[in-house]
Design a protein around this ligand. Structure first.
Ligand code: HEM
Ligand code: SF4
Length: 552
């Protein structure tokens, strides 16, 4: 894990002091609401429906147990005893008091955390694969590249006031677990036939009211040029991106308007100019950063036979082993997902008590580190397989062994109308209704892999366009309704979901999902996932089932 040097620590500490003074002046009436707005946004502070919301950065989703304990402590002392993990691998406090935010930031700084660039029109926290560095299908470890991007983008003077927010995601494995195709910039790390790292860059992806899949703008970039190239891409966006209309200000609109080819050409020309005056990244710098991400002290262990292992445990353990335990690069080790999706808990929420327990378990079972996934789950990345039964028992005791990773009840969900002032409808109670309705684990496991994403409005914070089933809260004459789409995915062959028809009231939604499932179960080929069946069949049979008539 990256450890701050003196310079990192100083800039974070200085930022806390600055914000303390800014908050004091605001509370004393010395600066206006309008003047305070950009200052608080630069420190992750939104005003939500009922209270401020504070978004804390978790660089590329990596957390140490020390940081987890600090989050627990902060949530007890300054909030309501829980935190919320987000779809951008960050963590949020929902009820901080404005006057105490400087103290919270000071506490965070003691464990190398901050809220810098977690909101506002700047480069936001870079996200990546939650299995980075350990995934069995990994080609290049994305973490050093994320850290290089973090250092380059933090307080980059040229990109502090972009036309709009800017999100970068990095992936280095065969499977894209970072949704790179729906980010402003997607960075794909790969290796050429000589084993050298090469980078493909995508631009102009994004969700929100205009969902767009990113376009490939550069192939085979030399890694030494990554930051120069990103500089060039951001400059073109900064120069030509629209500032007159915030709904047209994201890079996706610019790339679409220019066409990806013209945008790529502009970036290439800018990059040529930059290369003449700016040094490439040196190999020694890349290696220096990479040394922060060395492998932990693994024991020499052999892989266990999971069929044998399963036989030693209860049905609950067997399900969890099948669903929540993932392959690892190191023999004898596995990655374990703790889904924060138990029925009745808001997706992504964790209590302070659970955080303390999680920290203790990560110390015991996973080298004192954990990760956050954009599916709003937590991951123990390095668990010896011999310890899986013991870990399962411990997790089961604290309600964190729900065996539903990647299944219908592993819902991605935004805060919606319970917290967010922009919402058309509530998301959390719908997630809960769906989880209650689909409690039968045999049924869920039979359905298999299914991403269900719920956003409370078209801003799409829960990525509903790229859910296999996506649900969007809409307002119909002051009433909460939900529009359903199917066929979306955020993989390397990302697709945007298509709306099946008119929206429904909340109580109807679980039954509509059951009807969609019945079409799938009747028509799937052997081993075919819901997403594949829905793309193969198209909307028609699903519409027919749900609306009871042949769709026009
Ligand atoms: C006060 C609460 C929030 C507000 C006001 C808010 C606002 C917005 C807005 C306006 C957009 C659309 C941006 C655009 O396309 O131009 C957006 C997108 C997004 N937000 Fe939120 N959001 C909030 C909370 C959250 C939370 C809690 C999460 C994570 C669970 C989140 C994650 C995202 C993501 C992933 C997008 C994706 C769309 C994209 O950038 O392409 N947001 N948000
Ligand atoms: S999708 Fe809409 S309702 Fe949900 S958090 Fe984002 S802005 Fe709020």
């Amino acid at each position: 894990m990256y450890i701050y040097d003196d310079y990192d620590q100083r800039i974070v500490d200085e930022r806390v002091d600055q914000f303390r003074d800014q908050t004091r002046r605001y509370l004393a009436g010395e600066i206006t609401e309008d003047e305070f707005l950009p200052l608080r946004l630069q420190n992750g502070l939104y005003i939500q429906r009922f209270a401020p919301m504070m978004r804390i950065a978790i660089p590329y989703g990596l957390l140490s147990t020390r940081q987890v304990r600090k989050l627990s402590d902060i949530s007890r002392r300054y909030d309501k005893g829980y935190v919320h993990f987000t779809t951008r691998q960050n963590v949020q406090l929902n009820w901080p008091r404005l006057e105490e935010v400087p103290d919270i930031l000071a506490e965070l700084a003691t464990v190398q955390m901050h809220a810098i660039q977690t909101s506002g029109a700047c480069i936001r926290n870079t996200t990546t694969d939650h299995f980075a560095g350990i995934a069995a299908d990994e080609v290049v470890d994305p973490r050093p590249w994320c850290e290089l991007i973090r250092q380059w983008s933090t307080f980059h003077p040229e990109f502090a006031f972009l036309p709009r927010k800017f999100k970068i995601a990095v992936c280095g494995a065969d499977e894209d677990r970072a949704a790179t195709l729906v980010h402003d910039i997607g960075v794909h790390l790969r290796k050429d036939h000589q084993g050298k790292v090469r980078i493909n860059i995508l631009a102009g992806g994004g969700l929100g009211r205009t969902p767009v899949i990113g376009a490939l703008i550069k192939e085979d970039l030399e890694p030494e040029q990554l930051l120069n190239y990103l500089d060039a891409a951001l400059r073109i966006y900064n120069r030509y991106g629209r500032r007159d209309n915030k709904y047209k200000a994201r890079i996706k609109i610019l790339v679409k308007a220019m066409t990806p080819e013209v945008f790529a050409r502009e970036v290439e020309q800018e990059w040529d100019r930059i290369k003449k005056i700016s040094q490439p990244l040196s190999l020694s710098e890349i290696e220096r950063i990479a040394r922060h991400f060395t492998r932990p002290d693994y024991e020499a262990l052999a892989d266990l036979d999971f069929n044998d292992l399963a036989l030693q445990g209860s049905p609950g353990f067997q399900r969890w082993l099948k669903q929540n335990v993932s392959a690892h690069q190191q023999t004898g080790y596995s990655a374990v997902t703790l889904t924060l999706k138990a029925t009745a808990d808001a997706p992504g929420d964790v209590s302070a008590e659970q955080l303390d327990d999680i920290a203790d378990l990560a110390d015991r079972f996973s080298f004192g580190e954990l990760r956050v996934s954009h599916e709003q789950n937590l991951i123990f990345a390095d668990v010896p397989q011999t310890k899986l039964p013991e870990l399962w028992q411990a997790l089961d005791r604290i309600g964190l062994a729900t065996p539903n990773r990647g299944l219908l009840t592993d819902v991605i969900c935004c805060p919606g109308g319970d917290y967010c002032a922009l919402a058309n409808a509530r998301s959390i109670p719908l997630a809960e209704e769906i989880q209650r309705y689909f409690e039968d684990l045999d049924y869920l496991h039979d359905i298999g892999e299914l991403d269900l994403n719920i956003s409370g409005c078209m801003n799409a914070c829960a990525h509903h366009h790229v859910g296999h089933i996506g649900i969007l809260g809409v307002d119909r004459k002051g009433e909460e309704y939900y529009q359903i789409q199917i066929g979306g995915s955020a993989t390397r062959t990302a697709t945007l979901g298509k709306i099946i028809g008119p929206s429904f009231k909340r109580e109807k939604v679980p039954d509509v999902i059951r009807q969609l499932m019945s079409v799938y179960l009747e028509q799937r080929y052997d081993g075919e996932r819901f997403i594949d069946t829905s793309l193969r069949l198209g909307l028609e049979p699903f519409k027919e089932k749900v609306y009871g008539q042949k769709a026009a």
